[in-house]
Design a protein. Structure first.
Length: 258
């Protein structure tokens, strides 16, 4: 009975960290996937990992305050790692939202099931492409390996160091999101900016032309043309950014280790 109770405690701690880490990451945080599928997949991953990481787990806390502290620590650890992945996905979505406004699609908004609010069409397109690239390069496998590594580096229930270095580096990691946004949106924005200058010169030279009527289809057509060029290089750019994501994730994990 004691052995069975110990196995149950190990499974609970593994399931706690697995849920806290993966629930903030792509696929598992998607509202497009039924809740039942996400819950059973997390439980299956936890069940498979428990025999592997159980020898490195410390004793289960005996008091409620210690147990509450364990839950809080695991939540913050998972949030800090998942936040870095979310930075890169949000950078791609922000680029699409910016292009939607500049191309004239700002009024064409949809109800986004992912966030529960309104989202631009091109923003959703860039987000879905980023998730597909993430899965294509086995990013979910890397997250699972990182999960196993976290149990070896920072066992669940052990005293954790306050990750001061991680919080100090958070603005730098956040700036990568804006760099990604500018990189993806810059070609189309430059073309639309030059088009607006040209339309302004035409409006000054030939006032008889209804420039507002001409500008809408021209802006949309030119934006879609350069957007098609951008999509051809979107995959390699996202692969480079996701590959560079591995180092910050390991740094965040080492910061929690102390």
């Amino acid at each position: 009975m004691d052995w069975l109770l110990g196995q149950w405690h190990d499974f609970l701690r593994v399931a706690l960290r697995t849920t806290c880490l993966l629930i903030f990451c792509p696929v598992w945080d998607s509202r497009f996937i039924p809740v039942q599928v996400r819950v059973f997949s997390l439980l299956a991953v936890s069940l498979a990992l428990t025999p592997m990481v159980a020898p490195s787990l410390p004793a289960m806390p005996n008091s409620w305050p210690a147990l509450a502290g364990l839950v809080l620590q695991e939540f913050l650890l998972g949030l800090s790692l998942g936040l870095l992945v979310r930075f890169f996905l949000t950078g791609a979505q922000m680029a699409g939202n910016l292009l939607s406004v500049q191309m004239g699609f700002g009024m064409v908004t949809l109800i986004d099931p992912q966030s529960g609010g309104q989202s631009a069409v091109i923003g959703d397109l860039f987000l879905f492409l980023a998730i597909l690239v993430f899965l294509a390069i086995d990013g979910h496998h890397f997250l699972l390996r990182l999960l196993v590594l976290s149990f070896q580096e920072v066992p669940a229930g052990s005293p954790l160091a306050w990750p001061v270095n991680f919080f100090l580096s958070l603005p730098k990691f956040g700036s990568l999101m804006y760099q990604m946004t500018v990189m993806l949106a810059a070609p189309v924005l430059a073309a639309l900016f030059l088009a607006q200058i040209a339309l302004g010169l035409v409006a000054r030279a030939v006032p008889q032309i209804q420039i507002m009527i001409v500008s809408f289809p021209l802006t949309i057509g030119l934006g879609l043309l350069f957007l098609s060029f951008t999509l051809t290089v979107l995959g390699p750019a996202l692969i480079d950014h996701f590959t560079a994501l591995k180092a910050p994730l390991h740094q965040a994990l080492q910061a929690w280790k102390g």
